[in-house]
Write a protein that binds this ligand. Structure first.
Ligand code: AMP
Length: 273
């Protein structure tokens, strides 16, 4: 609820900020009167302890970047402030979490929806912004807000890429120089899928074959391990077999390179006959 004419916008992050995060922050300034950015590496959403440990952190740099961007409040709580001893509650969204990140990372989305619920209660924003980089997460949050009747507007922010097309991610800094070069193959593969659909391709198997062809050399050497490469209905995130003008569809790709999990996705054009 708006108080005293303020429109508070929350941008939840796990820090190690890059231009992708900052694009959300800039959007927040456009749509609200006060921007709150949270920085919290949420242990509950990591299903592998080593992944949590290796997650990049640089709070000093993050705060400086956010100050430069004119952010009003940076909320960076400690783990035991957020989850005091005997914390026992979990927020869980079914269906949309069953596949993809949900299947590959048990407990991940429960961690996400629990922390986002807590942040919503602590900050009481009017608006919260989430990136399409994590498209499934965005859909899960939209569903949660709808189901619980939360009076928070969820805004979608477009995925921001490096100049060569690699989806910006805090995890990219963990790639070696060689790995970084190879990582661009993911977005190239998705671009091929989009091009196929733009040229009138409707058969998803055909679209995915073309996308996979781009990844094949790295798969064959064992450098790239695909977790999933799928075309889904944007609403229910279920796989679809044929593109149709009525349904927004998106190609999702998650793969590991140098043991680092990389996520990318692109919307497929609807304008096919
Ligand atoms: P994270 O710090 O990875 O939890 O991300 C915090 C927010 O920033 C989430 O809503 C992400 O979807 C969003 N985000 C991360 N990377 C990007 C990107 N490359 N483009 C747009 N949004 C992003």
């Amino acid at each position: 609820m708006e108080t005293a004419g303020e429109r508070i916008v929350l941008v939840p992050t796990m820090g190690a900020l890059h231009e992708g995060h900052l694009s959300l922050v800039d959007r927040a300034a456009q749509v609200g009167t006060k921007t709150v950015v949270s920085i919290f590496v949420n242990p509950k959403q990591f299903n592998i302890a080593a992944d949590l440990e290796r997650y990049p952190r640089d709070e000093g740099r993050d705060i400086a970047l956010l100050n430069d961007r004119g952010v009003d409040v940076v909320f960076a709580p400690e783990v035991d402030e957020v989850y005091p001893e005997n914390f026992s509650t979990q927020v869980s969204v079914s269906r949309l979490t069953a596949r993809w990140e949900g299947a590959g990372r048990p407990g991940h989305f429960e961690g996400v929806t629990t922390i986002v619920s807590l942040l919503f209660h602590l900050v009481s924003p009017d608006v919260a912004i989430f990136g399409e980089k994590d498209f499934q997460q965005l859909r899960v949050i939209e569903q949660m807000v709808r189901d619980l009747g939360l009076r928070i507007e969820i805004l979608r922010a477009p995925l921001i890429r490096e100049l060569d097309g690699l989806a910006m991610s805090s995890r990219n800094v963990r790639l070696s120089a060689e790995g970084r070069e190879k990582a661009v193959t993911l977005s190239r593969s998705l671009t091929k899928a989009v091009a196929c659909a733009e040229e009138g391709g409707r058969d998803v198997e055909e679209i995915l074959t073309i996308a996979k062809e781009e990844l094949r050399p790295l798969i064959e050497t064992g450098e790239l391990v695909i977790d999933y490469l799928v075309v889904v209905d944007e609403e229910n995130l279920e796989p679809i077999a044929v593109l149709s003008p009525e349904k927004a569809a998106r190609v999702l790709l998650t793969a590991s390179l140098e043991g680092i999990r990389l996520l990318d996705n692109m919307p497929l054009p609807r304008t096919h006959s």
